[in-house]
Write a protein that binds this ligand. Structure first.
Ligand code: NAI
Length: 464
């Protein structure tokens, strides 16, 4: 094989792309990955999951030290925020992760082709004018922020998630447009650091797509933390100047408008597949009405030799979904078979408390006409949660009324994102609520709330 020719060229080095490249190399293929950024890791590592978690962790500790430690008998005074140092912590975490991928590429002999990659022909990739040949081309270019008409993102006063991770000072006031995952995570960060945050959501609820009861409970908890909510409301204009952002709100169904002036506006109304300028039309790769590449169950596009994974195809825009697709595709290209259960992709919101779900929501079960039993257990009745002073929220398990098979689990509460993994494994093995209830759970742990919710499905929780 010549120097410029590969078995697999992956375009994009986010969690989908870099994982696919590494797995393909592990399986003996000659692999290159094209990346236009100066660092590997895509949105997730550079300006998404990782930096936001660094700020969530740091802002949570700050808030705890300032407001919550005294509840546990720890007196602290003079707690002040050093925002540049907090940002430096974030940068260090991002660098460790992106450099880590560079190391893994070297270890696995994946070539990093630096620059903007586009498809020149069915088996050719153009990187900044240089042509590389590949038996298989994998598009893993991810997604980009959706902007709103008439609202120009300048990443200073009107920011996307990228700008919201880089603010140079704590705004006095902030409007977050969109009560989804990004809006809540970053809204919580700036609220904890001292901003007056108002979340404006078009629908009559936050976190659409999550279980309604969990979403309502989460909103109550966030409101207690000081977040303001304006539901069923739309933003009709936002104009930035030296004096902040003049913003006009209106009821979603129309009506009298309200004007506000805030320091910063965060636009968090979703993301869209990033497939611009990839040369897809020239080679005839079909896309759907949302610009996503249409693939079959083997991630094949309609053009032989061109595949797509992650945010550029249908399904939840989640790093772990993209990673799993990357692994499965690499294994398929190596002649093996892989499998993803799309029903069991967990979703986690990394606020405090965390929110996590897997499987079906109560609304989905009702809509599908499936009869189910519900088991719920509050963290206020869990000894470990009390000891941690973290008693808000509950675990809810939905099980088939006839077979007892667990169909969905929804948690708002401490460590919800970690707790959901247990039920993910159980559900992958087809567990019933009885299976979870009869599994010995260590005491005292937060996991006992999961066990108690499983017991509650058949009406026999012990601690309630
Ligand atoms: P999202 O789809 O989660 O939420 C967008 C929200 O904006 C929705 O509630 C929607 O109803 C609302 N909205 C849309 N247009 C509006 C308008 N004109 N005015 C007011 N509200 C409006 O999108 P988000 O939060 O931007 O996240 C983008 C993607 O990134 C999602 O797919 C999300 O799953 C993913 N992500 C995942 C994270 C995680 O797993 N922890 C963290 C951050 C992002």
């Amino acid at each position: 094989m010549s120097e410029n020719s590969y078995d697999v060229i992956v375009i994009g080095s986010g969690p989908g792309g870099y994982v696919c490249a590494i797995r393909a190399a592990q399986l003996g293929m000659k692999v290159a990955c094209v990346e236009k950024r100066s660092t590997l890791g895509g949105t997730c590592l550079n300006v998404g999951c990782i930096p936001s978690k660094a700020l969530l962790a740091a802002s949570e500790k700050y808030h705890e030290a300032k407001h919550k430690l005294s509840d546990m008998g720890i007196k602290v005074s003079g707690v002040t925020l050093d925002l540049p140092a907090m940002m430096a912590h974030k940068t260090k975490v991002v660098e460790a992760n992106t450099k880590g991928i560079e190391f893994l590429f070297k270890k696995n002999k994946v070539d990093w082709l630096k620059g903007f990659g586009k498809i020149a022909a069915a088996n050719q990739v153009d990187v900044e004018g240089k042509i590389y040949a590949a038996k298989h081309i994998v598009i893993a270019t991810g997604s980009d922020v959706v902007s709103l008409p008439n609202i120009a993102i300048d990443e200073k006063r009107i920011v996307s998630s990228t700008g919201a991770l880089e603010l140079g000072s704590v705004p006095k006031s902030m409007i977050v447009i969109g009560g989804g995952v990004i809006g809540l995570e970053l809204g919580c960060v700036w609220n904890r650091l001292g901003a007056e945050v108002t979340v404006v959501e078009y629908l009559d609820r936050i976190l659409p797509g999550m279980d309604l009861e969990i979403s309502r409970e989460s909103q109550k908890i966030f409101a207690k933390q000081g977040l303001n909510f304006k539901l069923s409301t739309k933003v009709t204009s936002a104009i930035a100047s030296d004096k902040g952002v003049d913003i006009v709100l209106e009821p979603a169904s129309g009506g009298a408008s309200e004007k506000m002036n805030v320091d910063v506006v965060l636009v968090a109304v979703g993301r869209k597949a990033y497939t611009d300028k990839l040369g897809l039309d020239a080679v005839g790769v079909a896309r759907d009405d949302r610009g996503r590449i249409i693939t079959d169950h083997h991630f094949r596009s309609n053009v032989a030799g061109i595949y797509a994974i992650g945010d550029v195809i249908a399904g939840p825009m989640l790093a772990h979904k993209a990673e799993d697709e990357g692994v499965v595709l690499a294994e398929m290209l190596a002649g093996q078979s892989g499998h993803i259960d799309y029903n069991l992709v967990p979703g986690v919101v990394y606020t405090w408390p965390e929110i996590a779900q897997i499987g079906k929501t109560e609304e989905q079960l009702k809509q599908a006409g499936i009869e189910y039993k519900t088991g719920k257990f509050p963290f206020s009745a869990n000894g470990r949660a009390r000891a941690m002073n973290a008693t808000e929220g509950f675990v809810k398990i939905l099980a088939d009324a006839r077979t007892d098979k667990v169909l969905g689990v929804h948690i708002v509460g401490p460590e919800a994102g970690t707790l959901i993994a247990e039920v993910g494994v159980a559900m992958e093995f087809g567990a019933s609520s009885e299976d979870i209830a009869r599994t010995c759970h260590a005491h005292p742990t937060l996991e006992e709330a999961v066990k108690e919710a499983a017991l509650a499905v058949s009406g026999r929780p012990i601690h309630m």
